[in-house]
Design a binder for this molecule. Structure first.
Ligand code: ZN
Length: 329
């Protein structure tokens, strides 16, 4: 299941990622801890009358934030009110009455890509960095065939890499993060700045008509050739590409997969990202490092969470056979 920015969704899916049944409920921005748990219980009940039980079965939950340790203490969850400092794992197990594996949503998406994505056909461990461009910039890293969480669960969070020359305030509290330069929320702010500075630009006229502006407005105006919008879009795309290329140099992952709704109908943004990526990756491996746009897979996060729960269950049953106590997370 997936706790998304605007919806809570549950799916019943096969191990090959085919969704058999799905249920989704809208989630209000002011919904707190208890309201979100009630929505979670409701969507799960909608897709299955009998939650998985027993030591070798678990339910996977994709969580929109950074989780630390076995109890899944929430360190950071900018789009989920009332969860920071809570222990997500026991709360979800109590709510669902089942064993639960809870994981950062971008990590779930990265794992789904690792298990089911086309790069798998090349064999090997299929290490990859999965990047989600939406309101913010989330990412998940699969290294040596495993989700890499690092010391505090923050491993692979590429959205909070510093971009030289930018002092924009990020939702994490730092300044100059990639997310504060090129995330959807940041692009909406840039759109407003352009509209104010240049009332005769496409964005200026749009603001006069509709009041507020979104990242979509900036990207659409850029696709239509509005010069300040093109410049802002390309600056954001080059920054993303540069950070991703540097990540490839640092980690040696052969593939970066880009997902998220910001890229739909924004080919110019993708081109700028590709350009920044090519310029940043070491020339000696430039022809081999891949940057791929992920398409389709409406329930990628939920399916990835399910696959991680399945992996965890396999580990549990092996541990149990070896006579070790089974852990919960
Ligand atoms: Zn940040």
């Amino acid at each position: 299941m997936d706790i998304g920015g605007s919806h809570v969704s549950a799916v019943l899916a096969t191990t090959r990622g085919r969704v058999l049944r799905a249920s989704s409920l809208p989630r209000g921005p002011s919904d707190g801890f208890d309201a979100t748990l009630r929505h979670i219980r409701e969507v799960v009940d909608n897709v299955s009358s009998s939650p998985p039980r027993g030591n070798d079965l678990a339910m996977g939950v994709a969580f929109p934030g950074v989780l630390e340790g076995r109890v899944g203490e929430v360190l950071f969850a900018p789009n989920l009110r009332g969860w920071v400092g809570r222990n997500a794992h026991p709360a979800l197990e109590r709510t669902l009455g089942a064993r639960v594996v809870v994981e950062n949503d971008a990590n779930c998406a990265a794992w789904a890509e690792h298990v089911l994505g086309p790069g798998r056909a090349g064999g090997g461990e299929h290490d990859l960095l999965y990047v989600v461009m939406g309101t913010g910039i989330g990412s998940g890293l699969v290294l040596h065939g495993q989700v890499h969480r690092g010391a505090w669960g923050t491993g692979g969070e590429i959205g909070h890499t510093q971009v030289p020359g930018s002092g924009r305030l990020c939702g994490c509290g730092n300044r100059g993060c990639l997310e504060a330069v090129a995330g959807g929320r940041a692009l909406a702010s840039v759109a407003l700045e352009i509209a104010k500075a240049s009332p005769s630009s496409g964005l200026g006229r749009l603001r006069a008509r509709q009041g507020a502006l979104s990242a979509w407005d900036l990207l659409r105006e850029a696709e239509a050739g509005d010069a300040p919008s093109v410049e802002a879009r390309d600056r954001a795309g080059l920054a993303v590409g540069g950070v991703l290329g540097s990540a490839v140099n640092l980690l040696g992952v052969p593939e970066v997969v880009l997902g998220g709704r910001l890229l739909y109908r924004a080919p110019g943004l993708l081109s700028a990202i590709r350009k920044g990526f090519r310029e940043a990756v070491l020339p000696q491996v430039r022809s081999r490092a891949r940057l791929r746009h992920a398409r389709g897979w409406e329930h990628r996060n939920a399916v990835g969470a399910m696959l991680l729960a399945q992996l965890n269950a396999q580990g549990q049953s092996k541990s149990a056979r070896r006579g070790r106590p089974a852990g919960g997370f």
